[in-house]
Design a protein around this ligand. Structure first.
Ligand code: SF4
Ligand code: F3S
Ligand code: FES
Length: 233
C-alpha cells in the first residue's frame, strides 16, 4: 500500500520556522515507521535528518512523536497505526536541532544530576557484590530504561516547567535508591526533594503510557516520593 507520511521539517540554516512535508511511500503492514523514514531518506530526500542506531528498540535514539504519541520509530509498525496516513514530528518540549533531531543535552544533564551509578565505599569483595533475588527484584523494572526521553517529553508538568527533573531521571534514580548494594540513596532523595524534583509530578501517567519498555514510571515516582516522606518522618 501507499502511505502518506507527513513529517515536520526544520533546518535552522534555511527555515524561519518548522513546516510539514508530505511523502508518499510504499509500505507493508509489518514495516516500522523507521523503515519508512529510511525509504524517504534513501529514495526521495537525502536531507531528511533523524537519529537511529540499533533499529531494534534497544538504543533509545529514535523516539519521536508519531501520530500524536511519543514512540520509538523502530518499534511501531504501520499496521499498529491503523491507516494510510502517518504524521511524524520531533519529541515535544526539547529544542529542535534539525528535522527529527532534538537537543538532548538538558535531558542528560538531569539524568546525570541524580547520580545514576552504583556508589559504595566499602572494600569490594573478591568476587561480585552479592544480592538476594528479592532485593534485586525491588528495582528490576527501572533497570530497563534506554534513555529514549519519550516519558519526560510527554509530561505536561515538564512542558509547563522545563526545570522539572522529569520522569526519566527519577526512574534512573529509583534504580539505585532501592539497590541494597548502594550507599547513597539519601543523597539522591535529597536531590529529588528539590522544588523541581518529584513534587512536580501530578500523576498524569503520560510517561507510563509513552514508555517503550513498559516501565511502571508513575509507580516508581510514587515510590521515590514515599521514600522522601519516610525519611523525613
Ligand atoms: Fe524511555 Fe521509558 Fe526510560 Fe523514559 S523510562 S527514558 S520512556 S525507556
Ligand atoms: Fe508527568 Fe508522568 Fe508525573 S506524565 S506528571 S511524570 S506521572
Ligand atoms: Fe535503537 Fe530505535 S533505533 S531504539
Amino acid at each position: 500500500m501507499t502511505v502518506e507520511l507527513k513529517i515536520l521539517r526544520f533546518d535552522p540554516e534555511r527555515d524561519q520556522k518548522p513546516h510539514e512535508e508530505t511523502y508518499r511511500v510504499e509500505a507493508g503492514p509489518m514495516d516500522r515507521v523507521l523503515d519508512l523514514l529510511h525509504r524517504v531518506k534513501y529514495e526521495q530526500d537525502g536531507t531528511l535528518t533523524f537519529r537511529r542506531s540499533c533499529a531494534h528498540g534497544v538504543c533509545g535514539s529514535d523516539a519521536m512523536l508519531i501520530n500524536g504519541r511519543n514512540r520509538l520509530a523502530c518499534k511501531i509498525r504501520v499496521d499498529q497505526l491503523g491507516g494510510k496516513k502517518i504524521t511524524v514530528a520531533p519529541l515535544p518540549g526539547l529544542p529542535v536541532l534539525k528535522d527529527l533531531v532534538v537537543d538532548m543535552e538538558e535531558f542528560f544533564a538531569k539524568f546525570r544530576s541524580v547520580q545514576p551509578y552504583l556508589q559504595n565505599e566499602a572494600i569490594p569483595p573478591v568476587r561480585e557484590r552479592r544480592q538476594s533475588q528479592h532485593d534485586r527484584d525491588r528495582f528490576d523494572d527501572t533497570t530497563k530504561c534506554i534513555l529514549c526521553a519519550a516519558c519526560t517529553t510527554s509530561c505536561p508538568s515538564f512542558w509547563a516547567k522545563p526545570e522539572y527533573v522529569g520522569p526519566a531521571a527519577i526512574v534512573n534514580a529509583h534504580r539505585f535508591i532501592f539497590d541494597t548494594r548502594d550507599d547513597r540513596a539519601d543523597e539522591r532523595l535529597e536531590i529529588l526533594s528539590d522544588k523541581d524534583g518529584v513534587w512536580r509530578c501530578r500523576t498524569i501517567f503520560n510517561c507510563t503510557d509513552a514508555c517503550p519498555r513498559g516501565i511502571h514510571i508513575t509507580q516508581a515516582i510514587l515510590e521515590v516520593s514515599s521514600a522522601i516522606v519516610g525519611k523525613r518522618s
